[in-house]
Every structure is written in C-alpha cells, then in structure tokens.
Design a protein around this ligand. Structure first.
Ligand code: FAD
Ligand code: NAP
Length: 327
C-alpha cells in the first residue's frame, strides 16, 4: 500500500547540509522529514580521516556522519531511509515520490542532494567498473594489498585517495593532466614524501587495459599531453578521482541551474527560483565544496524555510530572532 504523508518541511539528502538543516528545522518546531537517499551520510562516508571539521582534530568521515544523524534524530527530525525518484515543484504542496512507493507532500523543501563522482567517459572505464576501476579508495582499497594502482586526478580527493592506497598497494602512481596539483599543500607534501608514490605529470588516461577471464584491469594506457606519445603503466586497479558533479537531476527543468548543473540560489541566501524551495551544500556550490560550508548552508536553508513558512502562516511560532534579524 502506498504510504502518504504531509510535512511542513521535507529535506532531501543526508550529508552535512541535510543533517544540519534537520537540526535547525527540528529546533524551530518544523517537524522536518529527511529522506536519506542511496548514500546515507553523503560523501564523507567514503573517506577516512577528516581533519578540518572544527572541534575534531581528526575524525573518521563515517563516524562524523553517524554523529550528525544521531544529532538530527535527537532534536526530533524524522529520518527516512528511502530515495526520492521524482519531485514535483510545479505546484504546492510540493510532492516527492520515493523508490518504495512512499509519497510525501510538503509546504517547503530543502534540497541537499550533494554531488556524485565524475567519470572520464571512456568505454574501457565503463567496462571495468567494479572489476578494477573504482571511484572510491576507501571502499575498494583493501582489494589491492601488495598490488599496483593508478589514481587519476590532481585535487584533494585524488591525493587523499593516493595516500590512503599506500596502506595497501605496493606502488601508487598518480596521473595528472597538468604539471601542478590543486590539492592543499599539506596533502601535496605528504604525497611527494611518500616512498611508494610516483607522480606522472601532463598525462591523461587514454584507456584502461584489462583481461576478460578473469575480468580485471592489467594496466593504464597513458597519453602525454605535450607530445601525444603513449605508454602503458602496469596496474591492477585504476581509481578515478577527477571531482564531483552536482546531483541536480531531480530538479533539472524545474529550477534554474548554472555553472554546469548547480542549483542557482539568490546570493546570500538558499532561495532557489521557486518560492518555498531551498538548496544547500555541494548541490549549489561549485567553489568551496566542503563539509563545513555545506553544513553552514544547511543551517541557512532551515532558517530561510522557517522564515518562508512563518510568512505564509504555516508556522504558528514567531520566526527566530536570527531570521528576523537577517531578513
Ligand atoms: P553530500 O555529502 O554529497 O550528500 C548528498 C546526500 O544526498 C546523500 O546523502 C545522498 O544519499 C542524498 N541524495 C542524493 N540524491 C537523492 C535523492 N534523489 N533522494 C534522496 N536523497 C538523495 N570536505 C571536507 O570539508 N573535509 C574533508 O576531509 C573532505 N573529504 C572528502 C573526501 C572525499 C573522498 C570526498 C568525495 C569529499 C570530501 N569532502 C571533504 C567534501 C565533502 O564531503 C562535501 O563537501 C560534503 O559532503 C557535501 O555535503 P552535502 O550535504 O552537500 O552533500
Ligand atoms: P576538484 O578539486 O574539482 O579536482 C578535480 C581534479 O581532477 C583536478 O585536479 C582536475 O584537473 C582533475 N580533472 C577534472 N576533470 C578531469 C579529466 N576529464 N581528466 C583528467 N583530470 C581531470 O575535485 P575533488 O578533488 O574531488 O574535490 C572536490 C571538493 O571537495 C573540493 O572543494 C575539495 O577541496 C573538497 N575536498 C576536500 C578535502 C579535504 O578538505 N581534505 C578532501 C577531498 C575533497 P585540473 O587541476 O587540471 O583542473
């Protein structure tokens, strides 16, 4: 039987933005429902040490997200394990349809669907996904004990993945398309100092080479971008770490997007192009893309939603002093 419910505020996504929005909205008595999606806890659940969450010199990503979920629950948010497969923002109340058949209508929505790993789009990358090609060292690194791996990319994720893989692999080759990394200097220093790491500059992955039986990766065909020459590096695994793309499919064609798919919000707020729909975190942010900035935007989205609902008379309580002060 289809489960139907109505809430004042629906939060879609369970990363730092979603859980922070849930904490603030619950404390504002909006009785929010948060739908977690395919990755409860979001991107931080696929990393290890997080060293830049204030108050925690070092904490494991999954542990931090378990704490955030517990915090949101303790404040009274309803946390639902499901996936929103369709979201109708054309009329109010807004309607979310979920994978389980659940239908939720809501007076306001906070979108916090974050971002997903980007792939290179090579046929051989697709062919060997799950058979040696991965976008998550934390998930798959364990399978490469005493084996050789290649990591593609030059940002924080690529460098962190490469460093993590040194725990298992006998050799880690980082391949980057330019001659300098964009990763933080502290990570770069750790990478360059590591005896198991080799960096190949100015090169791109042309193809993943592999075997059919058993299905698996045997190498990475690299192309030097300066002269076009190619060479194959032996590899048992190829980790693609070239960034993330905003998960805006649910709202494409309904909300204004910009910068290649990020949800556009009014500067200084989380208001989208549809009144009552707010967006926070990596879904809206092509610049900072950090846990702490996502959490900050989650807070803003809950306060913006509270203000919106109060103005509409959906919330009996007066808007908080902070919201009143900022609007
Ligand atoms: P996300 O964390 O991306 O969460 C999105 C959520 O939306 C998920 O729960 C997903 O299940 C849900 N969702 C998506 N679609 C749907 C749907 N249709 N229905 C319901 N739910 C849906 N940042 C740091 O500050 N410090 C770090 O050390 C750090 N390390 C990182 C390491 C890695 C490997 C990666 C990939 C990122 C790292 N980041 C780090 C960046 C940080 O993880 C992100 O900035 C942050 O997680 C973004 O939070 P978010 O809430 O916007 O979205
Ligand atoms: P990113 O910063 O966007 O870096 C992506 C990297 O992949 C860049 O080096 C880019 O090269 C390269 N790249 C992109 N497309 C490519 C292609 N088609 N072929 C080859 N290389 C390609 O992404 P990210 O590293 O995933 O980081 C995302 C966000 O999360 C960032 O804001 C980052 O700070 C944050 N994050 C933070 C931490 C931390 O704080 N410790 C850890 C992980 C992630 P160019 O350099 O040439 O553009």
């Amino acid at each position: 039987m289809t489960e139907r419910s109505h809430v004042k505020l629906l939060i879609v996504g369970s990363g730092p933005a979603g859980y922070t929005a849930a904490v603030y909205a619950a404390r504002a008595m909006l009785e929010p429902m948060l739908i977690q999606g395919m990755q409860p806890g979001g991107q931080l659940t696929i990393t290890t040490e997080v060293e830049n969450w204030p108050g925690e010199t070092e904490i494991q990503g999954p542990e931090l997200m378990v704490k955030m979920e517990a915090h949101a629950k303790a404040m009274g948010a309803e946390i639902v394990t499901d996936l929103v497969t369709a979201l109708d923002l054309q009329r109010r109340p807004f309607t979310a349809t979920c994978d389980s058949g659940r239908v939720v209508t809501a007076d306001a929505v906070v979108l916090a669907t974050g971002a997903q790993a980007r792939w290179l789009g090579l046929p051989s990358e697709e062919k060997y996904k799950g058979f040696g090609v991965s976008a998550c060292a934390t998930c798959d690194g364990f399978f490469y004990r005493n084996r050789e791996v290649v990591v593609i990319g030059g940002g924080n994720t690529a460098v962190e993945e490469a460093l993590f893989l040194t725990r298992f692999a006998s050799k880690v080759t980082l391949v980057h398309r330019r001659d300098s990394l964009r990763a933080e200097k502290i990570l770069q220093n750790r990478l360059f100092a590591h005896p198991k790491v080799e960096v190949i500059w100015n090169s791109e992955l042309a193809e993943v080479t592999g075997a059919e039986t058993p299905m698996g990766v045997t190498g990475a065909l690299l192309r030097d971008l300066r002269d076009g020459s190619t060479r194959t590096v032996k590899a048992d695994g190829v980790f693609v770490a070239i960034g993330h793309a905003p998960a805006s499919e649910l709202v494409a064609g309904q909300l204004e997007l910009h910068n290649g798919g990020y949800v556009k919000v009014e500067p200084g707020s989380t208001r989208t192009s549809i009144p009552g729909v707010f967006a926070a975190g990596d879904l809206t942010d092509h610049i900072y893309r950090q846990a702490i900035t996502s959490a900050g935007m989650g807070c803003m989205a809950a306060l913006d939603a509270e203000h919106f609902l109060a103005a509409e008379g959906e919330v009996q309580t007066a808007p908080s002093a902070l919201v009143a002060a900022i609007h």
